[in-house]
Write a protein that binds this ligand. Sequence first.
Ligand SMILES: [Zn+2]
Length: 432
Amino acid sequence: MYWEPDKECLDREELEQLQIERLQSTLTRVYAHVPFYRKKFDFVGVLPEDIESLSDLARLPFTTKDEVRGNYPYGMFAVPLREVVRIHATSGTVETAAVVGYTRNDIKTWSNLAARLLAAGGVTKDDVVQICFAYGLSTGGFGLHYGAERIGASVIPASIGNTARQIKIMKDFKTTALVSTPSYAMLVADTIREKGVPVSALSLKYGLFGAEPWSEEMRRQIQDTLGIVATDNYGLSEVLGPGVSGECLERKGLHINEDHFLAEVIDPETLRPVPAGQMGELVITTLTREAFPMIRFRTRDLTCILPESCPCGRTGRRMSRVAGRTDDMLVIKGAHVFPSHIGALLQEIGGGELCYQIVIDRRGAMDEVTVLVEADGGAFTGQERRQAGLADAIRKKLAHELGVTVDVKVVEKEALSRVEGKVKPVVDHRKL
Ligand SMILES: [Zn+2]
């Protein structure tokens, strides 16, 4: 289901024309109204009018999270406060947060973009949408709430916490769409299973999850337990909040709202663009934000642009689900590898039942990774031969997906140390 078909399915050529026009107007505005950007552009000697094509964007400097924090609280606003109707902030302590503002138009745009991802994930005006994100300074709750209202759905601002109460609301209010983080959906699924609530007692049809990395395996479990279709969506407060990109019902990557955001994917070390299909750091430039425009913002989120077009008909390029953060990046034999990516692959292999630990050491300038896996999950129990087979299967899968070989050891059941019953997924000796 499209929310704004004329925009979501815009011809690529028209889209690029719109992007360059919006980019030029954004650059002119920030140069005139935000001293931070004026200084940066002057430093590299590039004026807004020098940016004549989308590829010229690479001539402009990046903006980092530290720079945004350094302008706390209002240093990066491009309009006077009297034009700002809403203020949000990123999580963390107040003084180290990024404070973001929205004009009336920004709120309207945001509602439409959140409506796009909700509609793409199946939500219509006939749905009852339960929003289990915090309603506060962070952008999750309000962003998706306005989007669901825009569609005309019946919105329950359930916020977070008290899972038993959430499930009671879900049952009694006949919630058809759950909006939350994927890990909260897992908690709901586990609680429903523990309490023996039959899925037939619920009216759930769709789950729209975002705000943290998750895996295909998690999606499978959530979909199976709750009997829903689960889609992934992405956004971050510094550039908007939820609504930057979202999956359609094909569930194969998130369509970027490219009429509002320019997305680049770069190598986090060389800072040069990587080709489509290759993992790197997502960099976003906003094209329509009035109060808080962002130029080449380094998100620290890892993703790749998917080269194929989507059968749904949307023309916005898709990004893969976020695989982790560049801050966690390891360098193994010259390749860039992320523990969260290894974790997701292990869950796929083990069907979620695998207990594992990724141990990281440093030798010289290189990181060394050993993956310890407990031989306790279903098909892999017992004999040494099977354990060797498991280690081999994991090694092959990781080599194939990561492009490097890592050390894999299968250990006995319960051999990995536990804290409060849980195995720590990553042990990093480099920081000790
Ligand atoms: Zn699609």
